[in-house]
Structure formats: structure tokens, C-alpha cells
Design a protein around this ligand. Structure first.
Ligand code: CA
Length: 242
């Protein structure tokens, strides 16, 4: 009965997960573990296969090892992102290194797990991502809606729209926008963003926060006369609502 609580359905179908892992033992544990919780699992043993599989059908989530034969996990992630901005991607690595983490986020990954990890921990994260994608709008909940002028974010359904047109965001872009909207008209430093959204200490040697803020701007501000997100050079960013 306990297991049933983990049965995740996406629009009445069983969630489809892609695993790209070249270590047979771990790949097998993950596949069997997830199948036990009623996920459908497709497994690739190297990077080339991973890219081919990810292009051949649609998945609800991907788990990518970083170090893989032929093509690494970062490249697979970039390839996925060039076609699909919304599918959650969790990266696995042998080292809990900040460089790998940053490169993963830079490639568009939503989350990161350092090996060895507890299967339960991975399962918990998968469930968070899949629940977020299944939360479609059922009825209104006034308290869960954040507004910045004509931009609207519903923190219950995770839907974002501007001038009533839906905007699709990746999990990290969503988290970033929600953070801006919870802190309007206040300059937010890159260090604060790094800590709150990525749970890492800010390292000035990288520009991934700029990259993400630009992704977000392209989706939220581009094409609109009135801009909402502004840069304060040397200080950070501000979402202006007045
Ligand atoms: Ca590997």
C-alpha cells in the first residue's frame, strides 16, 4: 500500500522516464527501483544511445549520468533543451563538484545528485518534478496567484502567463521568476539568487545566473513593450512593478 502513494500518473498515463547511465549495476538498480514504483523506464547505456532515445519518443523526465561513453550528460542535456524546454532533467555525477554542478545547470539541468545517493532521495525529487508537471489548473485559488503588472504566476498550478498567454518555463526558470515575484522592487544580488535557487555559494568565475536571467527575460519580457526585469550593473537584478 505504501508503494501506491508513489504511483505518478501524467494525464492518465504512467510517467515515462529516460535513464542514461553506463554503469550496468547502478542502471539496473535504478530501472528496477523505478519500475517497482510503477514508472515506465527506458534505459540507454551510452551518450549516443541517450540522444537517440531522447529524440525518438517523449519522456516526462530524464536522469542523465555526466560521464558517459561517446557523448557526456551535459551534451545530452543541451540537446534535450534545444527541443524541449520543460522536461525535468536530473543529472548524476560521481563527484559532488561545484564545477560539474554549474556546468549541469548551465546545460539546462533542473537538479543534480552526487553519487552515491539514496534511491529514496532520487525518488523524492522525481516525485516533486512530476507533481509539478501534473498540476494543471483545477479551479481558482486567489491566494496562490502572484502578479507583476500583466504577468501572472500561479504557485499552485505552476502556470505562468502574460497578457493571458501561457509562458512555458523550465523548473529553474520558474523558481527564479517566483523568487523575483515574491521580492518585487528590490535589488536581488547574484549571490542571493545562487544561494536561494541553486543552493550553492556564488562563484564569480561563472555567468550561469546571467544566462538564466536572460532565458527568463526572453520568455517573460521579450516582445512586450513594458519590461519587468532590469539589471543593476554590479549589484544584481530587480523586478519592477511600479
Ligand atoms: Ca558514468
Amino acid at each position: 500500500m505504501y508503494r501506491l502513494t508513489y504511483l505518478i500518473m501524467i494525464e492518465n498515463t504512467i510517467a515515462n522516464i529516460l535513464i542514461v547511465e553506463d554503469e550496468p549495476k547502478l542502471a539496473d538498480i535504478l530501472k528496477r527501483g523505478l519500475e517497482n514504483y510503477n514508472f515506465r523506464v527506458v534505459q540507454a547505456a551510452d551518450g549516443r544511445e541517450g540522444i537517440a532515445f531522447s529524440r525518438s519518443e517523449s519522456f516526462d523526465l530524464a536522469i542523465l549520468d555526466v560521464k558517459l561513453p561517446f557523448v557526456d550528460g551535459f551534451q545530452i542535456c543541451r540537446d534535450i533543451r534545444s527541443r524541449n524546454s520543460e522536461m525535468p532533467v536530473i543529472m548524476l555525477t560521481a563527484l559532488d563538484s561545484l564545477t560539474d554542478k554549474l556546468e549541469g545547470f548551465d546545460a539546462g539541468a533542473d537538479d543534480y545528485m552526487a553519487k552515491p545517493f539514496e534511491f529514496k532521495e532520487l525518488l523524492a525529487r522525481i516525485n516533486v518534478f512530476l507533481r509539478r508537471s501534473t498540476h494543471k489548473n483545477n479551479g481558482s485559488d486567489v491566494n496562490s496567484i502572484l502578479r507583476a503588472k500583466d504577468l501572472e504566476l500561479n504557485s499552485r498550478t505552476k502556470l505562468v502567463s502574460r497578457q493571458n498567454v501561457n509562458i512555458s518555463l523550465t523548473a529553474k526558470e520558474y523558481a527564479l521568476l517566483e523568487f523575483f515575484m515574491l521580492n518585487p522592487n528590490r535589488i536581488i544580488s547574484k549571490a542571493e539568487i545562487a544561494e536561494k535557487i541553486w543552493e550553492i555559494d556564488f562563484n564569480t568565475g561563472t555567468n550561469f545566473i546571467e544566462v538564466y536571467v536572460n532565458y527568463l527575460r526572453n520568455k517573460v519580457d521579450k516582445g512586450f513593450e513594458e519590461k519587468l526585469i532590469f539589471t543593476h550593473r554590479g549589484m544584481g537584478y530587480i523586478l519592477k512593478t511600479n
